[in-house]
Write a protein that binds this ligand. Sequence first.
Ligand code: ARG
Length: 418
Amino acid sequence: MTTATGKRDRVVLAYSGGLDTSVMVPWLGEKYNLDVVAFTVDLGQGEDIEKIRQKALKTGAVEAVAIDARNLFVDCFVFPALMAGALYEGKYPLATALGRPLIAKLMVDAARQHGAKAVAHGCTGKGNDQVRFDVTFQTLAPDLKIIAPVREWKMSRDESLAYASKHNIQVEATKENPFSVDLNVFGRSCEAGILEDPWVEPPSEAYAWTVDVEKTPNTPEYVTIDFLEGKPVGLNGNAMDAVPLLMELNRLGGIHGIGRIDHIENRLVGIKSREIYEAPAAVILHDSHRELESMCLSKQAQRFKTIVSQEYADMVYNGLWFSAFHQDLAAFVHSNQRFVSGQVRSKLFKGTCTAVGRKSEHSLYSKDLATYESGDQFDHEAAKGFIRLWGLGQQTQAQRQLLKDGRGFTLPGLLGPQ
Ligand code: ARG
């Protein structure tokens, strides 16, 4: 791939600074004759992206770009998913899955800006992340060639290390992490190594954000989250920006051992895998948000929302962020959340986040109707007529079918013919 002027074509590489993506810089040159524009995004993984950018240049990238996309990530990906109640298979708050379409979109922008003809990422051929990247590239920029070196090279870790030293790539002398980890401000995903045995309890070393519950404080901590139309906007009565709010909840939740999720999940590519998630802020926020919804949504809206939540989670997990179906779901969520404003107070203690109080100016909870004490406004007389009609269908069925001709209820444990 060489242009008419003799200059090499360019590829935008999703660059983390680790061994694999560093080796890719010279490898893409040798194998594909491409110049590399290294691309690093800060989604709140707590790394120094400028340092990573410098490393990319030292490693041979012709350009290196580092972008802080934390606000964009939280405002446009994390909070919408939270408002949708999106938990994959009821458990995983989707931190990694939410980050991929954003990284891919920013890479497409960079490819345009730097006149690149290709994009490359370090995903393996077994995971969901390759799907999320490739589908996004394919959707937003079908003209760009997609290269996934790990899918095609057959290098072992030792071979990668040898390749790195041949190309003077500096590899940090840290002990090899026994796990494969991905993280951003919404959560940490950890898999492989000993975790591949689903019978083995995850060792403490698998966790980095949360304290073992045995070592958490013996006194609880209370937090109050403020929501405005479904979106978290404050903590303990103080307005707070999204990113610092997540960071603070990760810190507080972590101290109390909250947010550990051990998930045997169904990957899109047809395999079951075991992943350990740590997502203190996500767990606290999802729980508080659901509690507020129980006050502000009608019974029907609340029930229907569970279906939307599941669809939304699958859509995100399966890499279909840039779809019209997503827009349809988001339109429902937006409308559904318009009365979800108020406060939820939760108790953080010994690995659990328990809502202990909630209030909202739009609350559908009416003490006057619910109370067993004086001031009761509920019409007890009306209950009698309501129940007459409510049970009418079942009563008719019993007479015409179930109890007819001495048939009785023949299901086990129920009354047979007398
Ligand atoms: N299983 C999760 C997902 O597909 C996380 C994958 C993250 N990768 C990792 N190295 N742990 O979204």
